[in-house]
Design a binder for this molecule. Structure first.
Ligand code: GRF
Length: 212
């Protein structure tokens, strides 16, 4: 997380939906010893509960829709510039349903986290719970990782296992995953914010010594 961590660390959180993971971070960051504050919440669409949650807590928001840009590269560049305006130490994608691209990662690579509702490397992409059910696995879960150029392929920060029950449907399974996912997100965003971190190949190590 270069440069060295500030206390509290500045977080920008990006959302696309209901924002329950965002809410967990908002709630956690009210504790003075959490080590991070949310300085802005961004979205790729209007009218979502995630933005409303931020507004209710007096957090600045912004929306950048891909429809308003000539192409995905232009949107990606604008997103990076907008996020940079808040000078974050860490960016957290919390149910953000767009891939960040090269321009965004040139600014925030190595300090952008994403959470995925499956145990990577299994079931990457948009439908982790559905794909786990269809495959018939008995255990799935959630993965917190450092975003790279791939789809849910980045270095893993933490994982949590969640059982698949016989009578699960996609919704019940996803809700059970999300309960564990939120706890993992809060625990590890706080840990990374307080300690800093660096990458050692695919290993995420605490401490802000960045060998690169
Ligand atoms: C989470 O399970 C996240 O991993 C996935 O979408 C869900 C977002 O939930 N990509 P919420 O918007 O935080 O409630």
């Amino acid at each position: 997380m270069p440069p060295a961590p500030r206390t509290p660390a500045r977080l920008v959180v990006l959302v696309s939906g209901s924002g329950t993971n965002l809410q967990a971070l908002i709630d956690a960051s009210t504790a003075p010893d959490f080590g991070a504050e949310i300085v802005a919440v961004g979205a790729d669409r209007d009218g979502i509960e995630g933005l409303a949650r931020a507004e209710r807590h007096g957090i600045e928001t912004f929306v950048l829709s891909t429809r308003d840009f000539a192409d995905r590269a232009a949107w990606d560049e604008a997103l990076g510039a907008q996020v940079e305006a808040y000078a974050p130490d860490l960016v957290v994608l919390a149910g953000f349903m767009k891939l960040t691209g090269p321009a965004f990662l040139s600014r925030f690579g190595g300090r952008t986290l994403n959470t995925h509702p499956a145990l990577s490397p299994a079931f990457p992409g948009m439908h982790g719970p559905r794909d786990a059910l269809a495959y018939g696995v008995k255990v799935t879960g959630a993965t917190l990782f450092v975003v790279d150029e791939g789809v849910d392929t980045g270095p893993i920060v933490a994982q949590v296992a969640v059982p698949v029950l016989d009578d699960d449907d996609e919704s019940s399974l996803h809700e059970r995953i999300k309960t564990s996912e939120r706890a993992m997100l809060v625990e590890w965003v706080g840990t990374l914010a307080r300690n800093g971190f660096h990458l050692d190949d695919r290993a995420v190590r605490l401490g802000d010594v960045n060998p690169r």
